[in-house]
Write a new protein. Sequence first.
Length: 371
Amino acid sequence: MLPCAAEALVRGEPPPLARILERALEGRELTREEGVALAEAGPEAVGPLAAVADEVRRGSVGDIVTYVVNRNINFTNVCVIGCKFCLTLEEIAARAAEAWRLGATEVCVQGGLLRAMDGFHYRDILRAIRQAAPGIHIHGFSPMEVVHGAKKTGMPLSDYLAMLRDEGLGSLPATAAEKLDDGVRRLLSHAKIAVGQWVDIITAAHRLGIPTTSTMMYGHMEEPAHWVNQLCLLRDIQKETGGFTEFVPLGFIHRNTQPFEEGQSRPGPSLEEHLKVHALARLLLRGRIDHIQVSWIKLGRELSQRCLQAGADDYGGTLMKESISRLVGAAEGEYLSPDEIQARIRETGRIPAERDTLYRLLRVYPADGES
């Protein structure tokens, strides 16, 4: 029997789509073909799809919307072609210590691929942070950085990852995923690692007990079937390793990007695409990756709230310092206070809660804002 909130919308859909949405509500795992059918459905299907995803979200994780108090430390902003700024180990440590004093439980550490970098520089960053802020969780180093560091040291990938883990790396941001399709990657981000290499790094991290996020960039030159292919790939990896903590859809910001300037990409996702991707993630990843995060810095206030009503359950981090999205034209600011995040969550009728990196609840706040 369909839940009341979604029943009328689902029954109004064409029979094939209605049957797929009913299967999702029943808790069955959707196939790739069913996912593609939902992804390619017209604008009229967005409302029912979002409603079903919201119902599945409620049944899976309840009405709590989480966030983490964190700080981004971008220790350099340019890759191997040159360097505009580089933080010293002392500066990195000072920023981590300051974040800890201000209540952060996590620092996210990423930077460029420096040509002249010593192979053990990432290890030294971990040591500096651990000494300055022993209790903080270090969420650091993209798969590309891991490959770069391993090559610089000459260590096997698994040994390099194990060294980072032993020196304090708590989790790995699975960035550089963009679109896990080699054909699209050759056009969108040809200089980045291939799909197979990305999968090897992520699964190696999981096997070593290093959890990772999972991400997908959308709204550039991909087709809806690419969304589903990537979600199914992530689902398959999760079945094998159980190492993903969350899934983060990342809408493409076209301004100041080469693919858009060269006419290869469209100007970012439409509202329909934003809602579809978040809803599809909830349905296809159900029971595997429970937490779907909105990227408020890319989406802004209203759209983030819309996506929370289409299957998402996490608002991301406070981002005491964030620069990459701003440099490519994100409209939202660099920092949101916990109070502001809580207010935005309450506006959707949900319950705000602070979490740590691994989604352990630290504090649940009243839904009405009273202490």
